[in-house]
Structures are given as structure tokens and as C-alpha cells.
Design a binder for this molecule. Structure first.
Ligand code: UDP
Length: 361
């Protein structure tokens, strides 16, 4: 079996790493399975791309489509044009896409139109919020996927509602958690740990990059100032995403507790998260990782496509207003963290299950 694996953005790299390891394990057992890794170039900053390849031992991509930034349509179109050529030059049995970025959708469309089977890892999750580009990418991708791999029974049920064939839906667990499990003993403190006087539990990790939170400069500032004031004695470590950095420009923010740092590599970032007092974020992936690490997480969004992080895990859905955050964070300080568990099959073995199932197709 010849698989082309597509990855374009930071969360994709984290998701493909254990899938590649699972394939290589099968190869070492003499099983006939090969892969070709295609990087679309959607994320190209060193600290959003190369660092993850190095730290997670992901092999150098066989091809880089180098599409870089652009509007939604420019980026999607550029990926489709380049990936069509890639598939013509390097035919395969199956294209595997992960997550919900533009590369996921663009490459799924090209593969399907080239009569190649499409596999979607992290299929079926839905926020119900069509203002998010990711939600459109999820719906389009799943509408043409042949083999669905899901992280939850809710995601599988969503696919059934959309009319997917039950035989093609496989609830296997979470590849993001495979990476976490495989690397937990490798995480390490960032260089600024001592310099900033960080100790376990004396800081909050903050990440914000979703358009709804960062694209309007004034509301972003209000949010950052509110979070800074909320922290009390705690410091706030804020790895600033390039999108957020571009909006902030060179404004002076006058924040007392907030320390802005570059986007962190995976091993430093997971160390920061694991040892933090709490996380405030608008990321989906981070709400999964905090769930498994048992770290309280406050999500600055009105909805989540990962409801199990809330019903089972440590995630609290805040909305986007600082007032709501103040109230919910205050409740947490008063009442302590809510009891939390780990969702079914988030056990670090999802990738092995995926490859096992694909080999039977
Ligand atoms: N991440 C990281 N360094 C950072 C911020 C995030 O390694 O400075 C990791 C994080 O642990 C998670 C992934 O990047 O695994 C999430 O990426 P992002 O928030 O960009 O995407 P989303 O999950 O919202 O799609």
C-alpha cells in the first residue's frame, strides 16, 4: 500500500508524527506499506514548522509545495494546483489528511477528483460555527472522505448524521494524544524558565490566534489587559502566534504580569502547559492536551468541536468576553478545579489502530 500523507500547519505536524511511526513499525515487520510525505508549506516559519520536524523526528518531507500565506481562496487554490501536479507525478493508493486546515480540504478535493481514496484523521468533529474557516474545511473534507478516523463517539455520530457509511467510520482515539504520550518524558523547560522566575503552578499559559479573538486590535487589547489583571500574583506566559503578532504590531501594551515570548517548540510548550496553574487559550488541540494532563483550561470561544474536553476533561468554555472569563476564573479560584477524566481511547495508540485498519482496506 502506497500512502501520501499531507501536512501543512503546526497542528498537522503534531498529528502526522505518530502515524509515520506506526507505518515505520509495520515496515520493520516486513509489511508492504510505504508513504510519501508532502508538506504544503502553509506554515513555513521555522518555529511553526521546522522545529516540529526536528523535535518530533518527522522525516524530511519528500515534497514541499511552498504555498505560504494568502487569502483563504489564494491559499486553497495554490495548494490544489500544486498537489494535483504532485499526485500526477507520484501516484498512490490513498491520500491521508489530518485535522481541519486549508491543506486538509484542498488536498482531499484533489485526491478525490483524481480517483484516489481519501482518509481523514480527526474526522467528524463539528463546532456548528460556520464563521470558522476550519468548520468549512471539516464539512467539505468529510463530504468526500472514504475512510473516517474519529477521536470520539460524538464525532462518529456526527458523520452518521451527515450520511456517511457506518462501515467506513472508525473510532480510534486521538493522534495528538499519541504524540503527547510518546514525548512526555522528553519535555523540557524553556530557556527563560529561570530568568522569568517560573516554578510549577506560579504561571498561566496563554495562547490566542483565532480570527474572532485577534483580528480586531482593540478587542484583542481589551482581552489581553483583562487577562493580565486577572492573574493576581501569577505570571502569564504568552507565546505569540505570528497572526496575533502582526495585529499587535509595535503597540506598547503596558501589561504587568504578561510575558510575551516566541511561539514555542513542542517540547518546551508541553513542559510549560504541564507545569502551569491553568491555560487560557482559543486552540482546539491545547484543550485536548490539557484534558489528558489534568491542567485546567479556559477556552476563549463560544463553541467547541471537542465537547468531550468539557464534559469529561478539564476544559471550560468561556466565550470571548473578558467578563465571562473573570467570572469563570473566579469560580475556579474559589471552588478549585472540576473533577476530570480522560476520554475513551485517548491512550496513545490511535495511530497504530489507524494503520492496522488501513492495511485491511
Ligand atoms: N503548540 C506549540 N507551541 C506553541 C503553541 C502551541 O507547540 O507555542 C502546540 C500545542 O501544544 C498543540 C498545537 O500546537 O499541540 C495546537 O496548535 P494551534 O493552537 O495552532 O492549533 P489548533 O489546535 O487551534 O488547531
Amino acid at each position: 500500500m502506497k500512502i501520501t500523507i499531507v501536512a501543512g500547519a503546526r497542528p498537522n505536524f503534531i498529528k502526522i508524527a505518530p502515524i509515520i511511526k506506526a507505518i515505520e513499525k509495520k515496515q520493520s515487520e516486513g509489511i508492504d506499506i510505504t508513504y510519501r510525505l508532502v508538506h504544503t508549506g502553509q506554515h513555513y516559519d521555522k518555529n511553526l514548522s521546522d522545529t516540529f520536524f526536528e523535535e518530533l523526528n518527522i522525516p524530511h518531507p519528500n515534497a514541499n509545495l511552498e504555498v505560504k500565506s494568502g487569502t483563504q481562496a489564494e491559499q486553497t487554490g495554490a495548494i490544489m494546483v500544486a498537489f494535483e501536479k504532485e499526485l500526477q507525478q507520484h501516484p498512490c493508493d490513498l491520500v491521508l489528511v489530518v485535522g481541519d486546515v486549508n491543506s486538509t480540504m484542498a488536498c482531499a478535493i484533489v485526491a478525490k477528483k483524481s480517483h484516489i481514496k481519501v482518509t481523514h484523521v480527526e474526522a467528524g468533529i463539528r463546532s456548528g460555527d460556520m464563521s470558522m474557516p476550519e468548520e468549512i474545511n471539516r464539512i467539505v473534507t468529510d463530504s468526500i472522505t472514504d475512510y473516517f478516523f474519529t477521536t470520539s463517539t460524538t464525532a462518529s455520530e456526527n458523520l452518521l448524521k451527515y450520511g456517511a457509511n457506518p462501515n467506513d467510520i472508525h473510532f480510534v482515539g486521538n493522534v495528538m494524544i499519541d504524540t503527547l504520550t510518546q514525548n512526555l518524558n522528553r519535555i523540557s523547560a524553556p530557556v527563560f524558565w529561570d530568568e522569568f522566575g517560573l516554578t510549577t503552578g506560579n504561571y498561566i499559559v496563554l495562547t490566542l490566534h483565532r480570527p474572532a479573538n485577534v483580528d480586531e486590535a482593540q478587542s484583542l487589547l481589551t482581552l489581553l489587559q483583562g487577562i493580565d489583571a486577572l492573574a493576581g500574583e501569577k505570571k502569564i506566559i504568552f507565546p505569540v502566534h505570528p497572526r496575533t503578532k502582526a495585529i499587535l504590531g509595535d503597540r506598547s501594551l503596558a501589561l504587568k504580569n504578561t510575558l510575551m515570548v516566541e511561539p514555542q517548540g513542542y517540547l518546551n510548550f508541553m513542559f510549560l502547559v504541564k507545569n502551569s496553574f491553568a491555560v487560557i487559550t482559543d486552540s482546539g488541540g491545547i484543550s485536548e492536551e490539557t484534558t489528558v494532563l489534568g491542567v485546567p483550561c479556559f477556552t476563549m470561544r463560544n463553541n467547541t468541536e471537542r465537547p468531550e474536553t468539557q464534559t469529561i476533561g478539564t476544559n471550560t468554555l468561556v466565550g470571548t468576553s473578558i467578563e465571562n472569563l473573570k467570572k469563570l476564573f473566579g469560580d475556579f479560584l474559589k471552588d478549585g478545579p472540576k473533577p476530570a477524566g480522560i476520554p475513551e481511547l485517548w491512550d496513545g495508540k490511535a495511530s497504530e489502530r489507524i494503520i492496522e485498519i488501513l492495511l485491511q482496506k
